[in-house]
Design a protein around this ligand. Structure first.
Ligand SMILES: *[C@@H]1O[C@H](CO)[C@@H](O)[C@H](O)[C@H]1NC(C)=O
Ligand SMILES: *[C@@H]1O[C@H](CO)[C@@H](O)[C@H](O)[C@H]1NC(C)=O
Length: 241
């Protein structure tokens, strides 16, 4: 009995879905890396079985990116987007798609994007759908520095920071001894990319490699650290590499 009720409910939902225009962008959120060439899908289904006229437009925030006229096959593109957008339209009876293709995306493309389909005599239902476009950026090469004196017995911090990166970056330090053999660090990297080394000695000398990463890409720096006895007159070559 319960099953039959849900079957009836299901048919009601399907029926109401085809009784008027339904525009659908499948996901609420799209994430792509900066520089990518992307396709944002838009599907639609009309209550009419054949479309004599349809006007499809894509917008980013308040800006109209393009407008396509069916069946004329004419697409008007906003001059701001000229040369980097197109729309892939395919209409079959009362259903169709109008996918937006956008090349070489930049941070300026972070926006709410919308697909709107206008069909005469089919204006009930859901004539538009929206999604958020998020542009992701891998880390820029990290800038790494030594804070403190590279002398026996001192406590120093090695810092690692990438100026650019979205979503937020995570940092990890690794070390190699003076012969470039990997070794285990006794203290870990904090969230901000700082490695604290305490009571340093000659053995602390070596290479320190920091990797900053997010799910887009990663980048590294490589510091050569030379720890010397205190009060040495010669400048220690503990700089950044
Ligand atoms: C994007 O397409 C352009 C040509 O329109 C091409 O030069 C470029 O390499 C493509 N970029 C990527 C990341 O595929
Ligand atoms: C770090 O730099 C040193 C000196 O240039 C080099 O020998 C070593 O291979 C580098 N290590 C990594 C992991 O890049």
């Amino acid at each position: 009995m319960e099953k039959r009720t849900s079957v009836i409910a299901f048919f009601c939902v399907v029926w109401s879905a085809v009784a008027a225009i339904q525009v659908d962008i499948p996901q609420d959120q799209y994430e792509f890396a900066r520089g990518d060439n992307i396709t944002l899908p838009c599907k639609f289904q009309s209550a009419l079985s054949s479309l004599k006229l349809a006007i499809i437009s894509w917008t980013a925030g308040e800006t109209v990116i393009l407008t396509h006229y069916h069946p004329a096959g004419v697409t008007n593109i906003n001059p701001k987007y000229q040369g980097r957008v197109s729309v892939d339209v395919n209409i079959n009876g009362g259903t169709g798609k109008a996918d937006l293709k956008l090349s070489s995306i930049t941070m300026a493309d972070n926006n709410e994007i919308r697909c709107l389909v206008l069909i005469p005599n089919d204006d009930e239902g859901k004539p538009a759908d929206a999604a958020t476009l998020t542009v992701l950026v891998g880390p820029s090469p990290p800038i790494c520095k030594v804070q403190g004196k590279a002398e026996y017995g001192q406590n120093i911090n090695l810092t690692c920071y990438s100026e650019e990166g979205s979503p937020p970056l995570s940092y990890k330090w690794e070390s190699r001894d003076v012969k470039n053999t990997p070794r285990t660090l006794t203290s870990g990297t904090d969230q901000g990319g700082i490695l604290s080394l305490s009571d340093i000695s000659k053995e602390t000398s070596g290479f320190y490699i920091c990797t900053s990463s997010n799910n887009i890409s990663s980048a590294t720096c490589n510091i050569s650290l030379a720890v010397n006895p205190p009060n040495m007159d010669i400048d220690s070559p503990a700089g950044q590499r």
